[in-house]
Design a protein around this ligand. Sequence first.
Ligand SMILES: [Zn+2]
Ligand SMILES: [Zn+2]
Length: 322
Amino acid sequence: MYPSVNIDPSLLKGPVFYKLMGRHIISLKQQETNGYPRPHPIHKTRAVINSVEIDQLRSKPAIQLKSDERICDRCSTIFKVDSRGLAINHNHSADDECSYHWGRSFRNPGTNMTSPFSCCGSDRKEKGCATSKHHVFNIENLKTVDGFVHTMDKPPLPGGDYGVYAMDCEMCYTTEGGELTRITIVSSDLKIVYDTLVKPDNPVVDYNTRFSGISERDLKHVMTKLKDVQAFLLNLLSSKTILIGHGLGSDLRALRLIHDTVIDTSIVFPHSRGPPYKRGLKKLILDHFQKHIQKDGGHNSVEDAIACMELMLWKIKPFLCK
Ligand SMILES: [Zn+2]
Ligand SMILES: [Zn+2]
C-alpha cells in the first residue's frame, strides 16, 4: 500500500532532513491554543490543558464545571459522576442514554454558527445519529490531571540530528477520562518502530471501538500499561525529537506526555476557511495521494501514523536533493 512518496531512503535521516522537517514545528503558543498538554507552573507531574480551544474545536460551549460534573465528549450533555467516576444514572430512562453524532462539527468563533455534522449532515439541534449507554468525558474536564512525564534533553544522535517519528494513538473512555489503548510510532522510512496495545489503568466505560477498532477482547490479555509506554518513549525520544501527528494534542494527552517538538499535520495542511476548521486525515490522504484510508470510518494507528509521515515527506520532498 505504501509508499506514496518516492524518496531515496538515504535522504530520510540526518541533519538536512531534520532541518527541513524542523521548519514545520509548531510553536509552544500553538501547542497551547490547540489543546496540547503544557507544563504546570508548580507541579512537575501535572499538565495545563487549554480546554476552551478544545471545546471550540469540538464545537462545544465553554463552561465551568463543578468537581462532580463532566461534559460528555460525544453529546455535550453535562452529567454528574459518583466518587468512582461513574455517571450517575438518575431514572434509568432513555434520557440518560447518550445520543450523539460521531462525526465532526465546527463552531465559527466569529459568527457562532456551527457546521453540519460530517457523519450524517444534520445540524446540532437534531437528535444524534448514534447512541451509547453511557456519557463519556475527556481529561480536559478534570481540574488537575496527574501522571505526566516530560521528554528530556539529550545529546544528538550519531548522525548529528535528533530523530523524526510519526505517531498515532487510540483511546477509550474510562472513569478518569480518555485513556490510551494503542500506540504506533513509525520512522521516517515508514517502518514500524513501536506498536503496542495498552491496558487502561482505570475501569473502561466505553471502548470507543468505532474509532479505535479496539474491543474489550483485544485488551483482555494485554499486560502493557501506560507507565511502560511512557518509559519506552522517554528512552526513544529526546525533547528535540520531532514527533509528527494529526491533532497530536489528544495523543499526548492520552500518553500523559509533554513534548516541545511537534509537527501537527492538521496545522501544516490547514482548512481553507482557517481555524477552528480542520481537515481530516482521511481527506488529506485522498487529496494528496488518491488513496483511501479509514475506509469504514474507523482508525488504525499504523495507517494513520504512516499517513502523517507521508504527508510531511510530500511537503519537504521538493527541498530534498542528493
Ligand atoms: Zn450524525
Ligand atoms: Zn453523551
